[in-house]
Design a binder for this molecule. Structure first.
Ligand SMILES: Cc1cc2nc3c(=O)[nH]c(=O)nc-3n(C[C@H](O)[C@H](O)[C@H](O)COP(=O)(O)O)c2cc1C
Length: 376
């Protein structure tokens, strides 16, 4: 019954609601929807009602990573809920977990406009937000210390400000944010360290192995009380990516998330006409154009680590087939940021309705059995 309900909701979103939402500029409508989600989560019984109607679970989809149980393997990726408005409503739409953020220690109003553009044909967003954040103190206050009904993690990154001039200052800034979260009492299930924002003011980057080592030494030196995941870039070469993965493996990092936005403006998934219109803007691509490189890197990292470093697959996950392909390439969990914009907030429920049949077709009784079978 639920199978039909979620697919019907998907049909309504794709054929009716999306046309209304897309009448507006991306950023104001995004703010409106996430703010609306915040208040929806405050209505007593609303989440339970939505869960009863929309959320799809299946024993084959239940999985465990870093000691955290995930009833549903599809999460909301960082960037969608960067102000922490949605953790108390997301499970109602069928999301299994969330990476809130990226949140930074200090506040930043975001890069100059235009910073988010919608590429409908390419099923992609052009992003140049540059860690817009009201700052970790404000986000922690909003989220509060009440327990969550699904695993919620917080993605932390370097404050995007001209005042941070050196790598040492950047490391100290990130460490400060981790300390504040640790002291806050907010029951996050995991930390996510974002080393891969492509749109920052100063040329401070952790893509150089020694810089990443310096950052991870400082963060892991805090002896965090919760597992640490690292959000990886997909803009580096295979060798550069593997060099970073080798550094990650020197530390108690529980998983890598592969990955962030795509820079390449020649990717065939980008519609040529849309590129003529949007190619002049600064920024990086989300959605379908990220799919190919994210898939390649998931397989590469799975092979390099022989499956010993859990991978969370992100980039162009829109359907159960996308999720299943990434699982077979080495991902234990999946996240999405763009699909809910183009396909509706019920997408995780649609995927969870369709994914068990794909696993069963190939003789798998759980996600765990299928992880990495195409990377061995
Ligand atoms: C509007 C928007 C903002 C984003 N901001 C962040 C961010 O702050 N931190 C981060 O780690 N990733 C950010 N991302 C990247 C996504 O988390 C994700 O890695 C990427 O979009 C690929 O997944 P997708 O194809 O499902 O969108 C953002 C993506 C979008 C669409």
């Amino acid at each position: 019954m639920k199978y039909y309900v979620v697919h019907m909701l998907g049909w309504i979103y794709r054929h009716i609601a999306v046309h209304f939402f897309f009448l507006f500029d991306s950023e104001p409508i995004h703010e409106f929807i996430t703010e609306g989600g915040y208040y929806l989560g405050k209505i007593p019984g609303m989440r339970a009602l939505l869960r009863a109607m929309i959320r799809v679970t299946h024993p084959a989809l239940r999985t465990e990573l870093a000691g955290i149980v995930f009833d549903i393997p599809i999460g909301l990726s960082a960037g969608f809920d960067y102000e922490g408005r949605l953790p108390r409503i997301l499970s109602g739409f069928g999301f299994g977990f969330e990476s809130m953020g990226t949140v930074t220690n200090g506040a930043y109003q975001g890069n100059p406009y235009p910073r988010i553009k919608r590429l409908v044909k390419s099923r992609s967003m052009l992003i140049n937000k540059g860690f817009k954040s009201s700052g970790v103190d404000s986000v922690l206050r909003r989220v509060g210390t009440k327990s969550f009904d699904i695993p919620i993690g917080i993605s932390l990154g370097k404050t995007n400000t001209v005042a941070i001039d050196t790598h040492e200052q950047a490391v100290a800034d990130v460490v400060e944010a981790f300390k504040k979260v640790e002291a806050s009492g907010v029951p996050f299930a995991y930390f996510e360290l974002n080393i891969s924002c492509p749109n920052l003011i100063k040329d401070i980057s952790f893509y150089e192995p020694s810089r990443l080592r310096q950052l991870l030494s400082a963060v892991c030196g805090l002896r965090l009380s919760r597992p640490l995941f690292i959000k990886m870039p997909i803009v580096l070469s295979n060798d550069e990516t593997l060099a970073l993965v080798d550094v990650v493996r020197e530390f108690p990092v529980a998983a890598v998330i592969i990955g962030n936005l795509l820079k390449d403006r020649t990717d065939p998934a980008l519609d040529r006409k849309e590129m003529e219109e949007f190619g002049k803007y600064k920024g990086n691509w989300s959605g379908v154009p990220c799919r190919r490189r994210s898939d390649e890197l998931i397989r590469l990292v799975y092979q390099r680590t022989e499956g010993t470093l859990p991978i969370i697959g992100v980039g162009g996950v829109f359907t159960a087939e996308d999720a299943y392909r990434k699982i077979r390439l080495g991902a234990s969990l999946l996240e999405m940021a763009t699909a809910p914009i183009f396909e509706g907030p019920q997408v995780p429920a649609e995927i969870c309705a369709d994914l068990p049949a794909l696993l069963e077709r190939d003789g798998f009784s759980s996600i765990k059995e299928a992880v990495g079978v195409d990377a061995r």
